[in-house]
Design a protein around this ligand. Structure first.
Ligand SMILES: Nc1ncnc2c1ncn2[C@@H]1O[C@H](COP(=O)(O)OP(=O)(O)OP(=O)(O)O)[C@@H](O)[C@H]1O
Ligand SMILES: [Mg+2]
Length: 473
């Protein structure tokens, strides 16, 4: 009931310090049938997020000491399906890249006609409704993030047993496994199968924030803790009270922060930055990493005591290549899912299935899912055969250099791709940056997809984008 109310008239949070402009947006969005709320500082927005979430957020980028990107990160941490529209008067490639990188739904440069904003909010509301419906899916929710895990191999059955064993406890869980093996999905299932399911699961990407920011984000900050902190801020650990905190990419945390986390796991107390008082919080922690933590412990890059602490309930998700028997079922599952959105039925013949089962799948289930989505949209006929699959796999293989990039570095065939129109004197770095932008664009800003096409890890892509941003500013 609440869902249909929300999807009929979604609530929109407006974060804008220019009062007149904020009022204009408020009136416009009300007239469009939304339920807008306006705040005029990032602090107020973050404080609101510690109590509730919004399906759609419209935020200026340059507001006060924090930016629209902070608003965006927090909004999506408490509500992963939240669609955030960022507005700025200083539109430039690097701000757009950064907004995209942080998962913004849309980006509008000032000045803009008001109907552009109205359209963007309508699109965002629709995207939210779709994402939300699939994340909270119905009985046959084949396209749900939280739907059943697919697979009957021994490794998956053991995974199901693990989930059911730990769901009802409050034990801290560590999920390990290569990229795309389903760690976040398993974390959600653990949360939803347990007693905390009525409360939320807050997702924190520990790899995307430097140590002190991560600390403020998780533990909160007291008024005056840093320049411009004009009021107390609640951290995500407190915001998740009663629920679960999913600490993704914990292998990326610096050593000092690892110690802070260990203390928290032992004492279950939160002391915000710059505050002298600690408060007890009741949250369950699920951590995940695709790094080999044991090796990192040996290299002294991960604290041994924290590692032991996380070993109490830890689980290794199998790579797809270790459970090839599940591949046909996964293919069927994703084909059914994408058929629903494309309206085109597609099937794999025996030859294609054999190729899929022999493949290595370095990007695991995510790579398989992306491939099937691509084929659902682009494959010309109703049947995918071995040759068509081979073709796609070699074009989009994470290990092969993208052919466009590859040929651009060979001056002997200058006219074969758009990139080759560049003068051969262009530096490799420039060509690379340019190529990254194109691929990101062709992937509609989807970084995971772009990283897959580029044949690099998502994190590597983030690093490169950050470097590009610094160079261009
Ligand atoms: N067993 C499975 N059955 C169905 N879908 C799966 C399964 N495992 C993973 N997926 C899907 O694969 C995609 C990647 O999963 P997820 O994001 O959980 O991976 P991850 O291990 O967290 O990856 P990364 O380390 O890159 O963050 C998601 O779309 C998820 O729904
Ligand atoms: Mg993940």
């Amino acid at each position: 009931v609440e869902e249909s109310r929300l999807s009929a008239q979604p609530e929109v949070l407006i974060v804008e310090d220019d009062f007149a402009f904020s009022q204009t947006m408020l009136v416009l969005l009300e007239a469009e049938g939304f339920q807008p709320t306006a705040v005029n500082s990032t602090a107020e927005a973050l404080e609101l997020f510690s109590k509730r979430s919004f399906p759609v957020v419209v935020s200026d980028i340059y507001i006060d000491e924090r930016t629209g990107l902070d608003v965006l990160r927090r909004a999506r941490a408490v509500e992963p399906q939240c669609a955030v529209i960022l507005i700025t008067g200083q539109g430039s490639l690097d701000t757009v890249l950064e907004a995209t990188r942080a998962g913004a739904f849309d980006y509008i440069a000032k000045p803009f006609p008001l109907e552009r904003l109205a359209q963007a909010v309508h699109n965002a509301a629709q995207a939210w409704a779709t994402r939300h419906a699939s994340a909270n899916g119905s009985a046959d929710n084949a396209d749900s993030n939280t739907s059943a895990l697919i697979g009957h191999s021994d490794a998956m059955v053991e995974t199901y047993k693990f989930i059911s064993r730990v769901a009802d406890s409050d034990a801290t869980v560590l999920l390990q496994g290569e990229t795309g093996t389903g760690k976040e999905m398993v974390a959600r299932l653990i949360h939803e199968a347990g007693a905390r399911r009525a409360k939320r699961m807050v997702v924190v990407d520990c790899g995307s924030l430097p140590g002190t920011l991560l600390e403020a984000e998780l533990f909160g900050a007291a008024r005056g803790a840093y320049t411009g902190a004009d009021r107390d801020r609640t951290g995500l650990l407190e915001a998740a009270e009663g629920g679960t905190v999913f600490l993704d990419e914990i292998g990326e945390m610096d050593l000092a922060f690892q110690q802070r986390l260990l203390r928290f796991l032992q004492e279950r107390e939160v002391r915000p930055l710059g505050s002298t008082t600690a408060r007890k919080v009741d949250v369950r922690v699920i951590a995940a990493t695709n790094r080999d933590l044991r090796a990192m412990v040996a290299e002294k890059k991960f604290r041994e005591d924290l590692w032991y602490r996380l070993q109490v309930a830890s689980w290794q998700l199998p790579p797809l290549r270790a459970r090839k028997d599940d591949i046909p079922e996964l293919i069927q599952h994703f084909l059914t899912k994408f058929t629903r959105s494309t309206g085109r039925a597609l099937r794999f013949n025996e030859g294609a299935l054999a190729v899929a089962q022999q493949h290595d799948w370095p990007g695991n289930v995510r790579q398989l899912e992306n491939l099937l989505e691509r084929l659902s949209i682009l494959h010309p006929g109703p049947v995918v055969d071995a040759a068509a699959l081979q073709q796609d796999l070699s074009t989009f293989s994470p290990s092969a250099l993208n052919p466009a990039f590859n040929s651009s570095t060979r001056s002997s065939q200058p006219e074969s791709t758009a990139l080759n129109a560049k003068p051969s004197s262009d530096s490799l770095a420039n060509i690379e940056d340019d190529h990254i932008r194109r691929v990101l664009e062709s992937a509609n800003g989807n970084k995971s997809r772009a990283a897959e096409i580029l044949g690099i890890e998502r994190k590597t892509l983030y690093r490169k984008l950050e470097k590009m941003r610094q160079q261009s500013s």
